[in-house]
Design a protein around this ligand. Structure first.
Ligand code: GLU
Length: 475
């Protein structure tokens, strides 16, 4: 492929090319490669909704990339620029993502062409319920086959409306609440889902920093403390990842950017305060703890920093700005923030990239836990928490009897407290992120042709997917 062709790739083609590198490294037969890369199904729906006395027609899509595992899983985004190519690319990323972190789902993604800021709450409800009706009727939403989740422009509110619409259409389905994930806790959601993607990004970085050999390649010193982080995108994912890295790991978040501008503080921003300010004032401008620069949000990607975290949307680092990216390492909290052409350049230059399909998998991992919780109709930990507490108390008592000494209260509390649902969610998420990193690390060390983490992640995913095709056959 020429440089020119490479620069003109669509998002879906860009994802396919990234998969191709892994398939080449695996010497995969071309027919199997095509089968894995193909998008299984995609629908476009157009439906009318009466808003403020006038009929408006909305366009939406849902792509199912793979069904080697069911349900197919992936978010639904609401945006004023979404199209079929984009949802197909994102659905493919979901397939690879689930395989990388061992979540037993296929990949899917949806999008609705709508700017939520232009509509009132009741209007968004009408639009969402009508879109859900289209998806359910056409077989693109159910607990067994296709389970949406939040994405850009959607959240708990939309998921609750979707679940409720599905329930009314399928009153006999005892598992109705598993038809979408990311619901409010009061409506079958799971604790920790909202911040799960950001939490997963934090765990991914912590795990990376636990590997001295991995760290050496970046030229960064040991320990996350004091590392200068730039975050592009201050929505749910960027905010939570930045907050945890600042509050718990001591990172210096020197800049956060959103679509309107960049907030900078070389000494580090108070992330929570900046976010609260943004929510209250609907802008970051005027925040006392930093310098605000209007516009040019892409400039944040070019700032000198240790860790760059694109957490906005796809295609942000492209052939035009890639040479100006100075970060020592990049962690992709967004889906597809680096184009294939830019990725090739960064790889050649030796910039370390923790790829999206691994780095932002926290959301779907916790969605998997939510789905299981919904199917089992019980909160995690409900049966054993009290039992574990009693066991812990018995152990401290035994210790006191044998030693004749009193166990300090702080220890007694630690030993005898049973795990809450949130503790279990964190434990499962942490374990999934660490195991997947170790698998990537191993693949990178074992296969000579695999020279970066993205290809390693894709190799791991494609091996698992191919395995399931080869085991059960194609039909
Ligand atoms: N939209 C999220 C993603 O891109 C979450 C998907 C899910 O939880 O199904 O990974």
């Amino acid at each position: 492929m020429t440089d020119h062709q490479c620069q003109k790739l669509s998002f879906r083609e860009s994802v396919d090319h990234m998969a191709d590198r892994a398939m080449e490294a695996l010497d995969m037969a071309p027919d199997v490669a095509v089968a894995i890369k193909s998008c299984n199904a995609v629908i476009q729906v157009k439906f009318p909704v009466k808003i403020r006395g006038k009929v408006e027609v909305f366009s939406g899509w849902r792509a199912v990339h793979s069904t080697h595992r069911l349900p197919a899983k992936g978010g639904i985004r609401y945006a004023d620029c979404v199209d079929q190519d984009e949802v197909e690319a994102l659905a493919a990323l979901m397939t690879y993502k689930c395989a990388i972190v061992d979540v037993p789902f296929g990949g899917s993604k949806g999008g609705l062409l709508v700017d939520p800021s232009k509509y009132q709450r009741n209007e968004m409800e009408l639009i969402t319920r009508r879109f859900t009706l289209e998806l359910v009727r056409k077989g693109f939403l159910s607990p067994a086959t296709n389970v949406p989740a939040p994405d850009m422009g959607t959240g708990q509110r939309e998921m609750a409306w979707m679940a409720d619409t599905y329930k009314h259409l399928n009153p006999e389905d005892i598992n109705y609440s598993a038809c979408v994930t990311g619901k409010p806790v009061e409506h079958g959601g799971i604790r920790g889902r909202t911040e799960a993607t950001g939490r997963g990004v934090q765990y991914a970085l912590q795990e990376f920093f636990r590997h001295p050999d991995a760290l050496k390649e970046t030229g960064l010193s040991a320990g996350l403390g004091g590392k200068r982080v730039v975050v592009q995108g201050f929505g749910n994912v960027g905010y939570h990842a930045a907050k945890f890295l600042f509050e718990e790991d001591g990172c210096k978040v020197i800049a956060v950017a959103n679509s309107k501008g960049v907030l900078v503080n070389e000494d580090g921003l108070d992330v929570e305060a900046a976010y609260r300010y943004k929510v209250e004032h609907k802008s970051m401008e005027g925040f006392p703890g930093g310098r605000y620069e209007r516009g040019g949000t892409k400039r944040a990607l070019e700032m000198d920093c240790d860790i760059l975290m694109p957490a906005a949307t796809e295609g942000q680092i492209d052939i035009e700005n890639v040479d100006r990216v100075k970060a020592k390492m990049i962690i992709e909290a967004a889906n597809g923030p680096i184009t294939f052409a830019a990725d090739e350049k960064l790889n050649k230059r030796g910039t370390i990239i923790i790829p999206d399909a691994y780095a932002n998998a926290g959301g779907v991992i916790v969605s998997y836990f939510e789905w299981i919780r919904n199917l089992s109709h019980i909160r995690f930990g409900r049966m054993q928490r009290w039992h574990d507490e009693l066991q812990g108390l018995a152990q401290t008592e035994a210790l006191e009897n044998v030693t004749g000494k009193q166990v300090p209260d702080s220890f007694r509390k630690k030993i005898s407290s049973g795990a809450s649902e949130l503790d279990l969610v964190h434990s499962g998420l942490h374990d999934s992120m660490c195991s997947a990193f170790q698998e990537m690390w191993q693949t990178r060390s074992e296969i000579e042709k695999v020279t970066n983490y993205r290809t390693a992640a894709y190799v791991n995913a494609i091996r698992k997917i191919a395995r399931s095709y080869l085991d059960i056959g194609v039909y």
